[in-house]
Design a protein around this ligand. Structure first.
Ligand SMILES: Cc1ncc(C[n+]2csc(CCOP(=O)(O)OP(=O)(O)O)c2C)c(N)n1
Ligand SMILES: [Mg+2]
Length: 946
């Protein structure tokens, strides 16, 4: 008989484990915590399922015993016992599936809460004032002639979550450890502004500039956290749901990376991310949790504001978002802390010997929880406590008001403090705090918990009065009854006890947050030596531009002073790009090092992981790689340590897949290099529709912070990168905040040495004269970019040989930059009609250039067409529109009509139209080169990895 076997008709004493998912639980003080189970049973550690049954008889007794339990007490009771046993097994390090959810109660029992270290009364006083000012700011911005909107309810609900952090945890930049990094929830920005106002960082005039960024310039506040628009205030853009969680994870990883590489001591810097429960439905919010667990990022805390609502309505009306997130995060290896109930519930839970209260808490759906707080105490009595005689009795002595005042945990300073402290103290895992709150808390009955509350921006006189009374703001009825859009802000004055206390707290913690700074750390840019090799070309060897880039990167990394600042980032394609050469020397970053015997350890280019590794390898994970790029590319501001990311990836999976992250990176003023390797719609040869990128430069062109280049040769790449580094980190008065996007290819082609008289300005501005015609004849101009250039050179020869046409070849290094500059000139001329008009660079360069232009690239025609209006010459574009496909490069180019012979025919057509060659020449050429036959194409070299 198993030792633990008991008669099933005896009443079981509670197994006393806090955190079982359903069924009755014992009183709080009898439950033991799950901390140890939390530590040991982790889905990542794997399970053994092939253990032999050594004692079948004993096993069957256990099973029989269980069957009797089900029969006597039903499935619910059996479920409780089973889960409790599983949980206990986890605590005893017995390998069984972990229990992923716990009861719908606070993870930290009341008797284990630490003392609250602050003056709660004072803290609540200025929290109330912040709530008032934040709402008034939005209200004033709703003045009919302005009506620029804003959110009131989200901050009202999460004020406590911010304030406990601001008063006791978030370290500012003056802290000796360097300060924390806090990702504030985007649409709760009114709360940050309201605090900054009380702290004396913003004035009333500033608050009145909310969302009027141009019309109130100098006193404008951006709608959401936009560092680009408020460079001295916001650090992290968060409002595009899902990007904040990703970026926070990679920020925490990057902090550790800097630490491990010996660049900066970040051991005292913590990353906090405030997220919405609705936001957690974004795949980006959940998709990268594993990295944080694998890297043991205990320098990271997520706080999910579980108001159970998103914009339209409940997040999980029919379910429980907190429970779902608990299971999800725990399964991903995170430490989970739930803060669900305020202190007023503690005595009730302590009395809950039968477990009925916890049962009801467990069983109540989110949709109902939301409704309770939009109703009344009487309603809660009837619909919540009234569901069981025991619980009804429990609150019999309480008034409806007392019941109404039973708070949710996320509004209780003590409960939130306990959770934050536990998160900071916990080692070995990242922590998520799931805090239950009410959306629109304190705003009165027309806001609290209403489905429409997210979008509500205006308070009525009645709302305002109710709100004023609850917040105890000294504003008279008359002031509220006048102009509804002239409701006064309230500041108790810098010498009031609450403000003095508040400022003192921040001073002690290292100054105000959020705060963005750009410490002026000088970067020693690489010496000219680093670029020497790239300018030499590849001699007789054929080399793809991807390879030319990688060689240059290697040379830059060798630079004594500068090299260590480079952060190469590759999502699992290093071998494709020839970057496996970095493995043995630069090594792949892994905080755990390499604890296994590497299969290729004897090879020269063996896979090498190290805590000091320089290469960030996020796995097959472009989203994470872009987040890593963002963290590295903003390190100059976040850490005062300029680091230069070179993020290398399949170009198709860049701007198309992670465009929004690049947009956020631009908002965050990231600097660095984005390398779209294996670019082009014909160049990848065998990879097909989903890989052949002909449009990323067009997408990149829509991001104002991105300079795109489509270089043809290694020496062009050298000049572009050199210029890029100077633009980002050189000593000049211009804008430094750019990301350079280079498309490079994998087609092995001759890499010539840099011409002696290279027009470097042209390379940077987007176009230079590469090769003059060698004969006299009708004049034409061949423009080409990237991998199109060598074929334009071939077309030049064919035009001369077969048609006596004198064509020049131009390498267009950047269609986008040519357009950008031309647009700027055009805009200037528009606004300065009486001044000497500016001539765009492209127009000026072509002033004396004769003949029609045929512009070709491996990309969509939209790319070259951008500059057409600035070019006086006749013009034709050849490009690769439509989906890509797999074939040989020669066949694909012939199909799209972007090969040398297509360039020849198109040139002849333009010349024929001008009467400079015979009218029949184009048709003859089509015939001669069998232009309609894809098998007759010859413009393409086989080989090159993909
Ligand atoms: C990617 C993206 N989609 C949609 C939105 C619009 N939006 C802003 S806030 C919001 C609701 C947020 O709900 P939740 O995350 O629960 O935050 P809460 O306000 O409830 O704290 C939505 C849909 C957005 N900002 N980003
Ligand atoms: Mg929500």
């Amino acid at each position: 008989m198993p030792a633990l076997r008991r008669k099933v008709n005896e009443r079981e004493p509670s197994l006393a484990i806090q955190g079982h998912p359903t069924g009755p639980t014992g009183p709080l003080e009898k439950r033991c915590t799950v901390t140890q189970a939390d530590n040991n049973s982790h889905i990542l550690s794997g399970l053994t399922d092939n253990i032999l049954d050594k004692d079948p008889e004993e096993t069957s007794e256990w099973i029989e015993s269980f069957d009797q339990l089900v029969e006597a007490h039903g499935t619910e009771r059996a479920q409780y016992i089973m889960r409790s046993l599983l949980q206990r097994a986890g605590a005893k390090s017995v390998g069984v599936p972990m229990v992923t959810t716990s009861d719908y109660v606070n993870t930290i029992p009341a008797d284990q809460e630490p003392e609250y270290p602050g003056d709660e009364q004072l803290e609540r006083r200025y929290r109330a004032i912040m709530r008032w000012n934040a709402a008034v700011m939005v209200q004033r911005a709703q003045r009919p002639e302005i009506s620029v909107g804003g959110h009131i309810s989200s901050f009202a609900g999460l004020a406590t979550l911010y304030e406990v952090g601001q008063n006791h945890f978030f370290r500012g930049k003056d802290h000796p450890g360097g300060g924390d990094q806090v990702f504030f929830q985007g649409h709760s920005s009114p709360g940050n502004y309201a605090r900054a106002y009380l702290e004396g960082r913003l004035t009333e005039e500033d608050l009145d500039g909310f969302r009027q960024e141009k019309s109130k310039e100098g006193h404008a506040l951006s709608s959401y956290p936009h560092p680009r628009l408020m460079k001295d205030f916001w650090q992290f853009p968060t409002v595009s749901m899902g990007l904040g969680p990703m970026n926070a994870i990679y920020q925490a990883q990057f902090n550790r990376y800097l630490q491990n590489r010996g660049i900066k001591d970040t051991s005292e810097q913590h990353v906090w991310a405030f997220l919405g429960d609705g936001e957690m439905d974004e795949p980006e919010s959940r998709g990268l949790l594993q990295l944080a667990a694998n890297d043991k990022l205990d320098n990271l805390t997520f706080v999910v504001n579980c108001n159970l609502q998103r914009l339209d309505g409940p997040v999980r009306g029919n379910g429980k978002i907190v429970q779902e997130l608990e299971a999800f995060f725990r399964g991903a290896g995170w430490h989970v802390i739930k803060v669900l109930w305020g202190r007023e519930w503690d005595p009730l839970l302590a009395k809950d010997d039968s477990g009925e209260l916890v049962r009801i808490m467990n069983e109540t759906l989110d949709g109902d929880y939301q409704t309770y707080k939009a109703e009344s105490g009487a309603f809660v009595r009837e619909h919540f406590f009234g569901r069981s005689e025991v619980t009804k009795e429990m609150v019999a002595d309480m008034s409806d008001e007392d019941i109404w005042n039973l708070r949710r945990g996320g509004h209780d300073y003590r409960k939130v403090y306990a959770a934050y402290k536990a998160a900071m103290d916990f080692k070995g895992k990242p922590t998520v705090i799931l805090a239950q709150t009410i959306k629109g808390y304190g705003l009165g009955s027309s806001f609290e918990g209403r489905n429409a509350t997210h979008q509500m921006k205006k308070l009525t006189v009645e709302d305002l009065k109710q709100f004023r009374d609850r917040m105890r703001i000294p504003v008279s009825d008359e002031q509220l009854e006048g102009d509804l859009y002239d409701i006064p802000y309230y500041h108790p004055g810098p010498d009031s006890p609450e403000i003095k206390y508040m400022l003192e707290r921040r001073k002690e913690l290292g100054g105000s947050l959020p705060l963005r700074q750009e410490p002026s750390t000088k970067v020693h840019l690489p010496s000219d030596d680093a670029y020497k090799q790239a300018k030499k070309g590849s001699g007789k060897q054929m080399a793809a531009t991807t390879m030319a880039f990688v060689r240059l990167l290697k040379d830059l990394m060798r630079d004594k002073e500068f090299g260590q600042r480079i952060v190469p980032i590759v999502p699992d394609e290093s071998r494709t790009f020839g970057m496996d050469a970095f493995f043995p020397t630069a090594k792949i970053y892994n905080p755990a090092g390499q604890n296994y015997l590497s299969v290729d350890r004897d090879l020269f280019l063996s896979y090498k992981e190290s805590p000091q590794g320089q290469l960030l390898h996020p796995g097959i994970n472009e989203a994470g790689a872009t987040a890593a790029f963002t963290a590295a590319g903003t390190s100059y501001a976040t850490h005062g340590e300029p680091m230069i990311p070179f993020y290398v990836f399949y170009s198709m999976f860049g701007f198309q897949r992670t465009g929004d992250s690049f947009w956020a990176a631009a908002d965050q003023l990231a600097r660095g290099f984005i390398i779209g390797a294996t670019a082009g719609r014909t160049t990848l040869a065998g990879e097909g529709l989903q890989h052949m990128d002909g449009h990323s430069p067009v997408l990149a062109g829509t991001n104002p912070a991105v300079r795109h280049y489509d270089p043809a040769y290694g020496y062009e790449i050298a000049h572009i990168i050199k210029h890029g580094l100077w633009e980002m980190y050189g000593d000049h008065d211009g804008d430094h905040d750019f990301m350079y996007y280079l498309t490079v290819y994998n087609e092995p082609l001759p890499q010539p040495a840099e011409p002696e008289d290279l027009d470097v300005e042209g390379v940077i501005k987007g176009l230079y004269h590469l090769k003059a015609a060698e004969i006299d004849g009708p004049r034409a101009q061949l423009f080409a970019s990237g991998v199109g250039v060598p074929w334009a050179l071939e077309a030049q020869e064919i035009l001369a040989k077969d048609w006596s046409v004198s064509a020049d070849v131009w390498s267009v290094t950047s269609w986008n930059e040519l357009r950008r500059e031309a647009k700027e000139a055009e805009h200037y001329n528009f606004l300065h009609p009486n001044e000497e008009p500016k001539v765009p660079f492209i127009t000026e360069r072509l002033a004396n250039v004769e003949g029609p232009i045929v512009a070709t690239s491996d990309m969509a025609t939209l790319l070259p067409d951008q500059i057409r209006q600035y070019v006086p010459n006749d013009w034709a574009t050849l490009g690769a529109d439509d989906f890509g496909f797999s074939d040989t490069r020669a066949a694909a180019r012939r199909y799209f009509k972007i090969d040398s012979h297509s360039m020849v025919v198109r040139t002849l057509q333009l010349l024929a139209k001008r009467g400079e060659v015979s009218k029949d020449a184009p048709a003859q050429a089509i015939e001669k080169y069998r232009l309609l036959d894809v098998n007759a194409g010859t413009s393409g070299v086989p080989g090159g990895d993909a």
